[in-house]
Design a protein around this ligand. Structure first.
Ligand SMILES: *Cc1c(COP(=O)(O)O)cnc(C)c1O
Length: 385
C-alpha cells in the first residue's frame, strides 16, 4: 500500500458537496423555520419564553443549523431528547439554554456539565442520581398531568419540588408538562390537565417554592389554548411547518421546512426479450424504459411501494414500481424518452411545471406530516436554502 491520504470527515471532499456525491439530498428552508417562529412569537406576550423543541435532530432538519437560524431570531432556548442533538446545537456555536427531555441518563453527566444543559427530573431517585454526579445541577421538574408517560404524578409533585429546592447544589429553573396525546384523549382533557397544573402551582406558591418557569404547551397547546401559555412554551412541529391553520384560536400561516426530497437516476434502460419474460408485477411492461433511483427504503422511503407513488423526472410524473430495495427503487420512464442516468428525480417538491406536495406524499405513503419528517434520515445530506 502506498501512503495515500483520504479526506478527514470535515475536509472538503475533492471540491464536491456531500449531496452531489451521494446523489440524493433534502432541501431545508431555514427561512421557513424563522418565518414560522415569527408567526408564533407574534401571538405571545413578551414575557412568554419559547423553548423550541428540536428533538430527533430537529425533526430531521438538522439541530445545529435549525438552532442557529432560531438563535438569529433571539429565541429563548431549545429542548431536545438526545445529548447528541444538544451537542450539535453547541457545535453550531449556539449558547442559548438547552433543556434535556427525559431520555438522558447520568452517564452523560460530564457532557451535561460541559455543555451547560438543563436536565429533566421526574422522581426523587432521578434527582439523587443526577446530583451525585453533577456539581451544580440545573433542572426542570417534569410533571405528568395525565399522559401516563414520563413525569412525577400530581400527588408527588410537591415533595419532589421541595426536596430539589432545598438542595443547595440544585438549581430548579422550571417545572413543565406535556399535554396528553393518547388516542383516548377527549376535548375536555386539556382543561382537566390545565386545572391539575394550576392546582400544583397554587400549592407551590403557597409554600413559596414555585419554580421560575412554568411550561406546558407544545404545538397543539400553544395554537389552541392561549390560556395555557404560563411562562414558556415548547412547540416543535410548528417550526418545521406542521399544525398551523387559520381556524385555530391562534391563526398562523406556516411554511414547510422540507422543500424537496431529491435523488437521481442511477440507471436507465429499455427492456428487451433477452431478460426473459417481464415479471408479473403491476407496472412492468415489455419494451418499457426502466429507471432506477438512488434511494430506497433504507433512506426513509416506504418499505412497500404504494399504488400511486411517483417521482418527477424532467418535469413529468413517473410511476415508482414495487418492490422497494434498501438503496434502490425502480421507476417507469416509458413516457420520458430523454431521461438519462444522473437526471434529478424529485420525490417531494417542485420540478418544472410539476409539484409533489407534502399532502400528496403523506396520503400516498400512508403517513402524516410528523411521520414524514421523522422518516428523514440523518445519513442523507441536507442542503440549506
Ligand atoms: C415532542 C415534544 C414537544 C413538542 O411537541 P410538538 O407537537 O412537536 O410541538 C414538547 N414537549 C415534549 C415533552 C415533547 O416530547
Amino acid at each position: 500500500m502506498s501512503g495515500r491520504m483520504f479526506p478527514a470527515s470535515n475536509d472538503p471532499l475533492y471540491g464536491v458537496s456531500e449531496a452531489a456525491l451521494r446523489g440524493s439530498w433534502y432541501d431545508i428552508d431555514l427561512g421557513a423555520i424563522r418565518h414560522n417562529y415569527r408567526q408564533l412569537r407574534g401571538h405571545l406576550s413578551a414575557h412568554v419564553k419559547v423553548f423550541a423543541c428540536l428533538k430527533r435532530n430537529a425533526y430531521g432538519c438538522g439541530a445545529g443549523p435549525v438552532a442557529s437560524a432560531l438563535a438569529c431570531e433571539n429565541i429563548d432556548g431549545f429542548a431536545v431528547a438526545s445529548l447528541l442533538d444538544a451537542l450539535a446545537i453547541r457545535r453550531a456555536g449556539v449558547s442559548n439554554p438547552i433543556l434535556l427531555y427525559p431520555g438522558v441518563t447520568p452517564v452523560g453527566a460530564a457532557m451535561v456539565e460541559s455543555l451547560d444543559l438543563i436536565v429533566s427530573v421526574s422522581s426523587l431517585d432521578e434527582l439523587q442520581q443526577w446530583s451525585a454526579v453533577v456539581n451544580t445541577l440545573r433542572v426542570f421538574i417534569k410533571l405528568d398531568l395525565g399522559f401516563f408517560r414520563a413525569g412525577v404524578t400530581p400527588a408527588g409533585a410537591r415533595k419532589l419540588v421541595a426536596v430539589a429546592m432545598a438542595d443547595p447544589t440544585v438549581r430548579v429553573e422550571g417545572i413543565y408538562a406535556h399535554m396528553s396525546e393518547l388516542p383516548t384523549v377527549q376535548p375536555t382533557d386539556a382543561d382537566a390537565q390545565h386545572e391539575r397544573l394550576v392546582g400544583i402551582i397554587t400549592d407551590l406558591d403557597n409554600l413559596g417554592i414555585r419554580p421560575p418557569v412554568v411550561m406546558m404547551s407544545s404545538t397543539d397547546g400553544v395554537l389552541n389554548h392561549p390560556d395555557m401559555d404560563f411562562d414558556a412554551v415548547d412547540p416543535g412541529a410548528l417550526f418545521v411547518g406542521i399544525g398551523g391553520s387559520s381556524t385555530l384560536a391562534r391563526a398562523v400561516e406556516l411554511r414547510p421546512a422540507l422543500k424537496a426530497i431529491s435523488t437521481s437516476l442511477v440507471c436507465v434502460k429499455r427492456l428487451d426479450p433477452s431478460l426473459g419474460p417481464v415479471p408479473e408485477i403491476p407496472g412492468y411492461k415489455t419494451d418499457m424504459t426502466l429507471g432506477v433511483i438512488g434511494m430506497g427504503w433504507g433512506d426513509g422511503l416506504p418499505r412497500h411501494i404504494p399504488e400511486g407513488a411517483v417521482g418527477l423526472v424532467q418535469g413529468r410524473r413517473a410511476r415508482l414500481l414495487a418492490p422497494a430495495h434498501l438503496e434502490h427503487i425502480r421507476i417507469d420512464l416509458t413516457g420520458i424518452p430523454n431521461a438519462r442516468t444522473g437526471d434529478e428525480v424529485i420525490l417531494l417538491g417542485r420540478q418544472g411545471p410539476e409539484m409533489i406536495t407534502h399532502d400528496e406524499v403523506c396520503a400516498i405513503w400512508g403517513t402524516d406530516a410528523v411521520g414524514l419528517y421523522a422518516d428523514l434520515r440523518d445519513h442523507v445530506p441536507r442542503r440549506y436554502l
